[in-house]
Design a protein around this ligand. Structure first.
Ligand code: IPE
Length: 256
C-alpha cells in the first residue's frame, strides 16, 4: 500500500450554508479542476455536507441521542449523497477517476464516534489511481440508532489507519482564527486547551461543532503523531499547493 494524501473540503466551501440545499457550483467547478491538474497520487477526498446536511439533520433531531427519526435519517443520507454525486460527476468530467464511498453503507459509530469503516475498497481504489470521494453522513450507531458522522472524524480515522503522509482540511477561512481575527500559525495538543475557548462560535446551523469540533479531531490526530493543515480551500491555488506539498499558509496542527 502506498502512502496516501487525505484532503477534506468543508461543506462551507462547496455549498452556500445560508440556504438549505444550495450549491456553490462555481467553487465546486474550480476545486475539481485544481484536483484534476495536480496529478497527485493516492488521494482520498472527503467532503462535508454544508447546506445539504446540517439544516436537515437539525430539523430531524439527528444531532441528539434521543428517540431516532429513521425516516429523517434516510432523507438526510439521500441529500448528502446528492451533493456527493455532483462532486464526483464534476471530477469525472475533468478526467479524475473518482468513485463515491458512502459511510452509511460501510461505517458504524457508537455514541456518535466512528468505530469502524471498511477500508479494503478504499485502499484498492487508491492503489489503482482511483480517488475515493467520501463524505460526512448519517450512519448507524450501536448505542443511539443513528448518529451524524462528520468528515473530520473520517479524516482522523483514515489518516491513522492508512498512515497518511499528508492531511489537509480546507475551509472557507484562512486557517484557525483566534478571537481577534488573527490566523493561529500552529496548534499542538498542549496549546489547544488555551486556544479552544478563542475559536469563533458558529454563524450557521452546524451539527458537528464547526471549527472547534474540527480542530479537536485534528488534535487527536496530532497526538497519534500525524500532522495536518487547516487552510482556505476557497482561494485559488491553495488546494494545488497543499496537494503538491508546498503549503506555507493556514494553521498546522502538530504533535509538539
Ligand atoms: C456533516 O459532515 C454530515 C451531516 C450533517 C449529515 P461535516 O461535519 O463533515 O460537514 P461540514 O464540512 O461541517 O459541512
Amino acid at each position: 500500500m502506498s502512502e496516501v494524501t487525505i484532503l477534506k473540503i468543508g461543506g462551507s466551501v462547496l455549498t452556500d450554508k445560508r440556504e438549505e440545499g444550495k450549491l456553490n457550483q462555481d467553487r465546486i467547478t474550480k476545486i475539481a479542476k485544481e484536483i484534476a491538474s495536480s496529478d497527485v497520487q493516492n488521494l482520498i477526498l472527503i467532503h462535508g455536507a454544508g447546506s445539504f446536511g446540517h439544516p436537515i439533520a437539525k430539523k430531524f433531531g439527528l444531532d441528539a441521542s434521543g428517540k431516532q427519526n429513521y425516516a429523517g435519517a434516510a432523507l438526510t443520507h439521500e441529500m448528502v449523497k446528492e451533493l456527493n454525486k455532483i462532486i464526483v460527476k464534476e471530477l469525472v468530467e475533468d478526467g479524475v477517476a473518482a468513485m463515491p464511498v458512502h459511510p452509511m453503507s460501510c461505517a458504524i459509530s457508537s455514541k456518535g464516534r466512528l468505530k469502524e469503516i471498511m477500508t479494503a475498497q478504499i485502499e484498492l481504489m487508491t492503489d489503482n489511481d482511483v480517488v475515493p470521494v467520501i463524505h460526512g453522513d448519517v450512519v448507524m450507531d450501536l448505542e443511539w440508532g443513528t448518529s451524524i458522522l462528520s468528515g473530520d472524524q473520517i479524516v482522523l480515522h483514515l489518516a491513522q489507519r492508512l498512515k497518511a503522509k499528508r492531511v489537509g482540511v480546507g475551509t472557507d477561512v484562512d486557517g484557525v482564527i483566534d478571537g481577534e481575527g488573527r490566523i493561529i500559525a500552529s496548534i499542538t495538543p498542549k496549546t489547544f486547551s488555551n486556544i479552544k475557548p478563542l475559536l469563533t462560535t458558529p454563524k450557521s446551523v452546524d451539527v458537528t461543532g464547526e471549527m472547534s469540533g474540527k480542530v479537536s479531531e485534528l488534535v487527536r490526530l496530532a497526538k497519534a503523531g500525524i500532522q495536518s493543515y487547516v487552510f482556505n480551500a476557497s482561494k485559488k491555488g491553495n488546494i494545488t499547493a497543499f496537494l503538491r506539498g508546498n503549503i506555507d499558509f493556514g494553521t498546522v496542527i502538530r504533535s509538539d
